[in-house]
Design a protein around this ligand. Structure first.
Ligand code: PLP
Length: 412
């Protein structure tokens, strides 16, 4: 028998994706990906790139001309930010309170830079005073690098006051907004962020494969003043700018055409919902989730006021076995959530309510599944239904559901 005749049709299940990404993708976005492929230099494709840039500026709250989508996932945009700004001899202050701060520090060192790690316990933020103290002690500092939404711990790093602090010390501010962009405000211009990146598969609810990136004029000037060429050819912002710029449009690499269609549609859906309603929806559903989890004995890792709307990291109550319960959630209830990374492996769960995944019905689905499992396995003394009721009680108004179709863009 030939391999072809035994090959079964592709049929991945429609999981309820409530992990740290990828998030659920709207059917309109999947539909967009089936459109015909055109050339990456076709005038129609170039106008799609313009539309993506314009919408990304809107989402990042910026007027930065250099606002593009890197071909690759969030780590590629992280690498693009680091490799363009940092060269041998540069010193960077890096907030490390989870996996992604650590990854940033490693990338900085691979570029020949020195990473001054400001280490704080996982689940905590990097206090602005600690950043100020480090800026006062070391000179010169090329940049301060911070993770806005630390997906490994669910901690929400405040950024409002950091930009002016960095600029007073002639340092750039580099921000990882992978799990925040599209789920909570990321105000690049107002907060004085010089380099900011994200990814499509978290709060933008698009498949993984593109990664938004924006550089301020200050960042562009630092790049123009480099002593050495950017060590990455693929991620060199000057070469990328020549392709993304309306004036030049020089071929650099072949853009992932279908992913650009998907991102354009995902951004359109966000635009139709509006930013304030979208941020409020993420916050509301997270509060409902946390209220229900509390009933079951889970505890938030970060303090409640520092907890992200898009990613809830909770410690497991005693007696709950991480792996076997996540397997039951997946196999019996079709729900995918994330376990802990590094030192938190086996200790915590990471529940993502990002973009399309952030809906009350998903919160209730997960809590209902956990109530059933808790009862079956004798893990909790609570009355069945209490966790669902606690979640529902956080809504001051009865939650509204989007019509009778899943194809609308305004979700509860
Ligand atoms: C997911 C994530 C990344 C990496 O993104 P990939 O798309 O997995 O490469 C970087 N930073 C943070 C904070 C993330 O959550």
């Amino acid at each position: 028998m030939s391999a072809a005749s035994t090959h079964s049709a592709l049929s991945p299940p429609s999981r309820v994706l409530l992990g740290p990404g990828p998030s659920l993708v709207h059917p309109r976005v999947l539909q967009a990906m089936t459109a015909p492929i055109i050339s990456h230099l076709d005038p129609i494709f170039l106008s799609i790139m313009d539309e993506i840039q314009e919408r990304l500026r809107w989402l990042f709250h910026t007027s930065n001309p250099f606002t593009i989508a890197i071909s690759g996932t969030g780590s590629a945009a992280m690498e693009a930010a680091v490799v363009n700004l940092i060269e041998p001899g540069d010193t960077v202050i890096v907030g490390v309170n989870g996996v992604f701060g650590g990854r940033l520090a490693q990338m900085i060192e691979r570029c020949g830079g020195t990473a001054l790690r400001l280490e704080f316990p996982w689940g905590h933020i990097i206090p602005p005073e600690a950043i100020e103290h480090a800026l006062n002690r070391h000179h010169p500092i090329k940049a301060v690098a911070l993770v806005h939404a630390e997906t490994s711990t669910g901690a929400w790093q405040p950024l409002e006051d950091i930009g002016p602090l960095c600029h007073a010390h002639d340092a750039l501010l580099l921000v990882d907004a992978v799990t925040s962009l599209g789920g909570m405000p990321v105000k690049v211009d107002e907060w004085g962020i010089d380099a900011c990146y994200s990814a499509t598969q978290k709060c933008l609810s698009c498949p993984p494969g593109l990664a938004p990136l924006t550089f301020s004029e200050r960042a562009m000037a630092a790049i123009a003043n480099r002593k050495t060429p950017c060590q990455s050819w693929y991620l060199d912002s000057s070469l990328l700018a020549a392709y993304w710029s309306e004036r030049t449009r020089t071929y650099h690499h072949t853009a992932p055409i279908s992913m650009a269609y998907a991102l354009r549609e995902a951004l359109q859906i966000i635009y139709e919902e509006g930013l304030s309603p979208r941020y409020a929806r993420h916050r509301r559903n997270q509060q409902a989730l946390v209220a229900g989890l509390n009933v079951l004995g889970f505890r938030l890792l970060p303090s409640p006021e520092q907890a992200l709307p898009s990613l809830t990291c909770v410690s497991l109550p005693t007696g709950w076995d991480d792996k076997s319960l996540r397997r039951l959630l997946l196999e019996e209830f079709n729900i995918d959530i994330g376990g802990g990374l590094g030192p938190l492996a086996g200790q915590v769960w990471r529940i993502g309510l990002m973009g399309e995944s952030s809906r009350l019905e998903h919160v209730l689905h997960l809590l209902g599944a956990l109530e059933v499992l808790a009862h079956r396995l004798g893990l909790s003394q609570h009355r069945q239904g209490d966790a669902l009721q606690a979640a529902l009680s956080t809504y001051t108004h009865p939650p509204s559901y989007p019509g009778n179709s899943t194809h609308t863009s305004c979700h509860s």
